[in-house]
Design a protein around this ligand. Structure first.
Ligand code: AHM
Ligand code: MG
Length: 377
């Protein structure tokens, strides 16, 4: 047994390199740094983060590696989508959400399943595109993990070659789920072991957290590997960006309208909205600001799904020092009543989320006062 397996633990220094320049003094420091960086792949970084070679750490590292493989396969299809038969457009089917399914949604959903076949890691996958969780029999019961994912975030951008994403979270499978109802998934976001997203933009990036900071990787097509590009990302406490579909203004409750009126009337705010949550949150992660997808009068629960959209992004943004809320409750505390439960989402920099929440609180205070007055009157 190798030493590192025997003691189960290792320090960053041991893992990060065998100290190339010490071993080979002729090697310049510049070369050493470049090699170190190029060798910091996703699977290696997970082990570094967990500071362990335990079987749990190896599992998580292998899981992230397979998610990386799925991302590469999807990126490959997206980059050539206009040239490939049957890559763009709708399938003609609707998913469990009642939304029209795109060919790319279906393809990407299958890619994640295929990437985890014969892995012994993930017993069950649950996604936006599947009514019920999907079991990979050969991985159960050995693989005790569930992968929750949105295979293509921002599907409306696919056919016009704009940025799209994928969102994922990993949870432990609790119990045997004999009735296939996946009730163990109807728990809060604190149960997530890892979460992240893939951004398919000018370059393909994978941003993840295993609960010890947020780290970004960029796909190097010449290597076919995700290489660490930003470590321990910290979201600014305030940013100028507000990101929301203002076309919904007429459908919102008054406090959200009041917030939008406020940013319209004050200097220092700028709007950005791409139609793909992952892209908008990626910008906010690096530059600060707030993303909102509030509920409407008719649909107070909003559009975004808790288990594979809002909760994974909340986990990530909190790990970066930001906040994620429904407007009245921390997203990570929300317990869904169904697999595809939706929540309103307000997410981003601490100060900017607090500003949105202050309009909601102010409104409910005023409402309470009115109710008290009317009962007195
Ligand atoms: P999708 O996963 O079906 O693409 O839906 C989620 C997307 C988000 O990425 C984005 O912020 C939002 O839906 C856009 O919706 P709208 O067109 O209503 O603004
Ligand atoms: Mg989605």
């Amino acid at each position: 047994m190798a030493d590192h397996q025997a003691n189960g633990n290792l320090s960053d220094a041991n893992l990060s390199d065998a100290n190339l320049s010490d071993a080979n003094p002729a090697l310049s420091l510049n070369h050493k740094y470049a090699l170190d960086r190029d060798c910091t792949t996703l699977s290696r970084h997970v082990l570094q983060q967990l500071q362990s070679f335990s079987s749990d750490a190896q599992d998580l590292s292998a899981l992230m590696n397979r998610i990386g493989l799925a991302a590469k396969l999807i990126a490959r299809r997206l980059t050539r989508a206009g040239l490939v038969e049957d890559a763009l457009g709708f399938t003609g089917r609707t998913n469990v959400q009642g939304e029209s399914v795109k060919k790319m949604d279906e393809f990407a959903n299958q890619v994640f399943i295929s990437a985890f076949e014969q892995s012994g890691l993930v017993c069950r996958l649950a996604s936006e595109e599947m009514d019920q969780p999907y079991y990979i029999p050969e991985n159960c019961p050995l693989g005790r993990y569930t992968l929750l994912y949105d295979p293509i975030d921002g599907s409306s951008n696919v056919d016009i070659n704009l940025n799209v994403g994928a969102i994922f979270a990993i949870r432990q499978q609790e119990g045997n789920d004999l009735d296939g109802q996946a009730r163990d998934l109807l728990r809060d976001g604190h149960q997530q072991i890892a979460a992240g997203y893939v951004l398919y933009g000018p370059s393909t990036m994978l941003v993840y957290s295993v609960g010890s900071g947020v780290h970004a990787f960029t796909l190097d097509p010449s290597l076919g590997e995700f290489i660490l590009s930003s470590e321990n990302i910290k979201i600014p406490t305030h940013g100028s960006i507000y990101s929301v579909n203002e076309g919904n203004f007429w459908q919102w409750e008054e406090p959200i309208r009041n917030y939008i009126r406020y940013v319209h009337r004050h200097e220092g705010y700028t709007a950005r909205y791409s139609g793909a949550l992952v892209g908008d949150i990626h910008r906010i992660l690096f530059q600060g600001g707030v993303f909102l997808y509030p509920g409407t009068v008719k649909k107070p629960e909003g559009k975004l799904r808790l288990l594979y959209e809002s909760a994974p992004l909340a986990f990530l943004v909190e790990q970066a020092g930001g906040v994620a809320s429904t407007g009245t409750q921390r997203i990570l505390d929300v317990v869904p009543d169904q697999l595809h439960t939706r929540t309103p989402l307000v997410i981003g920099s601490v100060e900017d989320v607090a500003l949105v929440e202050s309009f909601i609180q102010e409104h409910s205070r005023e409402q309470q006062e009115r109710e008290i007055l009317s009962t007195k009157g």
